[in-house]
Write a protein that binds this ligand. Structure first.
Ligand code: MG
Length: 181
């Protein structure tokens, strides 16, 4: 298994594009999407930007609690999520892990010996997920849940030099379309 789907969290697997993690509720189809990709040999890796931590608006304790609540939901009847990784930094921190930077993808590529050309990044914000996909050398899937429609509309200028390789209604449709590629 040397391929992976890199998932955005909020607006993609549940919740809203910009909201606090405490209000995150998974979408009803997310488990099915993750199961389908697992069954086709993909690892499922979540990468989430949580700059609220860096800004002091979300404590590490609250983050840990919410992250384990979300992991419990997805991994309760078998491990659907192989990794749940977070960048806690703000733009000013100049880290290498804040999407669309590829630091956390690189970490996983080494850990799992991933063939990055067989991987996809899936998310609702073109400027983060589609640009990170292309920065890493893989394909990017934009979902229309969360901020997806706005990302294709009023925020299209924030990732103007890029095109989504796939546009999907939601996470489950995204996996189905990936499997047809
Ligand atoms: Mg998102």
């Amino acid at each position: 298994m040397n391929k992976a789907l890199f998932w955005d969290l909020q607006g993609t697997l549940g919740g809203e594009a910009v909201a606090s993690l405490e209000t995150f509720e998974p979408y009803p189809f997310s488990k099915e999407a993750l199961t389908l990709s697992k069954n086709h040999g993909f690892r499922n890796i979540v990468i989430t930007n949580q700059s609220k931590i860096g800004k002091g608006l979300l404590s590490k304790e609250t983050y840990d609690k919410e992250a384990s609540r979300i992991l419990d939901y997805f991994n309760s009847d078998g491990v659907l999520l192989d990794e749940f990784l977070c960048c806690p930094h703000t733009s000013e921190d100049n880290c290498n892990c804040k999407k669309p930077k590829t630091g956390l993808m690189e970490l996983c590529r080494e850990k799992y010996d991933l063939d990055i050309k067989k991987c996809f990044v899936i998310g609702d914000m073109g400027k983060n997920e589609i640009v990170m996909a292309h920065n890493a050398g893989c394909m990017g899937v934009l979902v229309l849940t969360g901020g997806g429609r706005k990302s294709l509309g009023e925020f299209r200028h924030t990732w103007a030099e890029h095109e989504a390789d796939i546009i999907a209604e939601n996470a489950l449709e995204a996996v189905k379309m990936i499997l047809r590629k």
